[in-house]
Structures are given as structure tokens and as C-alpha cells.
Design a protein around this ligand. Structure first.
Ligand code: SF4
Ligand code: SF4
Length: 336
């Protein structure tokens, strides 16, 4: 099995459209920040017009509909159908598994390419400590129901020190659930995690140091792929000499929020640094300074937002600089 780094592609555009920010769960690491992203639910007419803007700007883009919990939006099926008619390359719905508004009855596998679930532990106790009581069972139940309806499913786990030890055990769970692809995410200090890790005095949900990440994540990914599951994980910690690239400079990604903010980099989302904004239904460039000015900076640490990812003592305190890769740079391990 040969793993490979998935380079950014100028041709592969990705649109992440947050149709609302409301959610039934209160995950400890939730990156949604109502002060920055708003509390509104996008009306369906506006969703459709924004989809038209993205479809015209980046034809064939991959679309991810997310929230909050996007299935809380009663018009999600209509958004899916409009996206399909506009020619998006793929359509994914990110969900915590509760699948509100009978979504599985309202859309078909011909309309939705993948339901992507979120689970943060192989044991209910671990996951529920992070995502809330009952969320483990709800997620697995949602996967079962989706598969019974013929939908393809993937699963996302945000890795922190609270669940790193359970990564190897995820393989059996994913295999039993029939999940086709497994996405590992790295915990960053944004949203609730930023508040906890900042000045509030609340304990941070502990990001994983480089040595632990290197020792555990790639090996776990390889083992899970041997079960016939495609695994994708972020590079995070670059090796000496390994090239650095910022997706904000070379890729075509959009992270759009109900208040009209559109970012090119997810790590910038806690700040009013968005480089684009919907003004009504027109997508406009924002004046400087914004995230694009950050993407241009060449710094020894690699990613200019590295402090959100990198735990422990900062460089320049007598320690060698650990370069942080772009969080959008992934390694893919194909299924065995
Ligand atoms: S399910 Fe997603 S949107 Fe909801 S609280 Fe958890 S991380 Fe946030
Ligand atoms: S995560 Fe860092 S490297 Fe990637 S787009 Fe954002 S600023 Fe650039």
C-alpha cells in the first residue's frame, strides 16, 4: 500500500457552504463561532443564488453542505437539487448523524454523493465526553440508516489527546459500519477550542504534539486502510526539507458562512480576515488587509496560522523550528 500526498489543484475547486450555524449538539471543539459567523439560517432563495455564483465562478466544484447541523435546515433537499442542476462535481452533506427532517427520505443517492458523519472516538464514553451524551449511538445509527438507503458514507474524526489513543480501534468500527472513507482532522485552536485554550481559564482540548502525531497517526491510517477503507489525514508537521505550500495561494477553496463571509482558509475563520464577502447575492473582494495578505508571508514556521495548530513551547525559545504544513495538505492512503 503506497500513501501519497494529495497536492492542491487549481482545477479542483471546493465549496463549503454553511447553510446555518445552529446545532443540536455542543461539541467541545466546535469551530463554529457565532460572533464571527452569525446565527442566521440562510433562506433557500439565498442559498440557491449563492450556489449559482459559485457554480459560475468554479464550474464542477465539489460542494459540501454543512452547518451547524445542516439537516436542521428544512430546505436542504431543495438546495441539493439546485446544486445538482447547476453541475457541481460532487455533493456531500456533513452531519452529526441525527439526520433531521427525514433527510434520507427527501433525497436520493443519485442526488447526494456522500453523507459524511462526525465521530470522535471508537468508544461511546470517549466520543460522548467530547460531543455529548448519546451522540455516539446517534451517529452510528445514522450511518446504518444511510447505508440501508444506499448512500455512500464517510466519517471524520478530529484528533486530540482526548481520543488519539482510540485511533487504532476506529478501523474495526468503520469496517463494521461499512464506511468507505475516513478523514482524520487535526484539532486547531478555533471556535470553542480557542476560547478554552485562550484566556478563559478553561482547559484546552489538548492538541497533539508532533512526536505523538508522527508516532501514531500515519501507522493508524495504514492499518485502517488495510481494512479496505480509504484514509485521508493532514500532513500537519513537515519534515526537514519538505516543501511548504499555502493552499490560499494556489487552490480554489471557499468557506462560506450565513453572514456572508467567505474565507479561503479555514484557520482564519475566527477573525474578520475573510477575503471575499457576499454583498446581497454578489460575491465581492474585500479591501486589504485580509487573509490573502497573510498567505503571502514567508515565515520559518510554514503556515502563518501555525500557532493555532502547534502545541507546546513556541519556536524561538531555544528550540528548533517545527514547520507546520497547510491544514489543507492531505496524505491519502488508498484501501488495500
Ligand atoms: S456537530 Fe458540528 S456543528 Fe454541531 S456542535 Fe458538534 S462540531 Fe459544532
Ligand atoms: S492553513 Fe495556513 S497554509 Fe493553509 S491556507 Fe491557511 S494560512 Fe495558508
Amino acid at each position: 500500500m503506497v500513501s501519497s500526498t494529495v497536492e492542491f489543484s487549481e482545477r479542483a475547486a471546493n465549496v463549503f457552504l454553511h447553510v446555518l450555524t445552529r446545532c443540536n449538539l455542543r461539541c467541545r471543539h466546535c469551530y463554529i463561532n457565532p460572533a464571527q459567523h452569525g446565527r442566521t439560517r440562510l433562506p433557500i432563495g439565498r442559498i440557491e443564488r449563492w450556489l449559482e455564483v459559485f457554480a459560475a465562478r468554479s464550474p464542477g466544484a465539489n460542494l459540501v453542505l454543512l452547518g451547524g447541523e445542516p439537516t436542521l435546515h428544512p430546505d436542504l433537499p431543495r438546495a441539493v437539487r439546485r446544486a445538482r442542476s447547476l453541475g457541481f462535481g460532487s455533493i456531500t452533506i456533513d452531519t452529526n448523524g441525527y439526520l433531521f427532517h427525514d433527510i434520507l427520505e427527501q433525497v436520493t443517492p443519485a442526488e447526494v454523493d456522500v453523507f459524511s458523519f462526525s465521530l470522535d472516538g471508537a468508544a461511546a464514553a470517549t466520543n460522548d465526553r467530547i460531543r455529548g451524551r448519546g451522540s455516539f449511538d446517534a451517529c452510528l445509527n445514522g450511518i446504518r440508516r444511510s447505508r440501508a438507503k444506499g448512500f455512500r458514507t464517510s466519517l471524520i474524526t478530529t484528533v486530540s489527546r482526548a481520543n488519539l489513543h482510540e485511533l487504532p480501534a476506529m478501523g474495526a468500527l468503520l469496517e463494521a459500519a461499512g464506511v468507505e472513507s475516513f478523514f482524520i482532522q487535526v484539532l486547531g485552536l478555533r471556535g470553542k477550542a480557542a476560547v478554552a485554550g485562550g484566556d478563559s481559564g478553561a482547559p484546552e482540548m489538548e492538541r497533539v504534539p508532533a512526536a505523538e502525531w508522527r508516532a501514531q497517526v500515519p501507522a493508524a491510517a495504514e492499518a485502517i486502510a488495510r481494512r479496505g477503507i480509504r484514509v485521508i489525514y493532514p500532513r500537519v508537521f513537515l519534515e526537514p526539507g519538505e516543501p511548504f505550500a499555502c493552499a490560499g495561494r494556489v487552490a480554489d477553496n471557499y468557506f462560506a458562512f450565513p453572514n456572508g463571509r467567505v474565507y479561503r482558509c479555514p484557520l482564519c475563520e475566527d477573525f474578520p480576515l475573510h477575503s471575499l464577502a457576499f454583498e446581497g447575492d454578489r460575491l465581492a473582494e474585500r479591501p486589504r488587509l485580509n487573509e490573502k495578505d497573510l498567505f503571502r508571508l514567508e515565515i520559518a514556521e510554514g503556515c502563518v496560522m501555525h500557532a493555532l495548530i502547534q502545541p507546546g513551547p513556541r519556536p524561538f525559545e531555544g528550540l528548533p523550528v517545527q514547520r507546520i504544513g497547510c491544514c489543507l495538505l492531505k496524505r491519502e492512503v488508498p484501501p488495500a
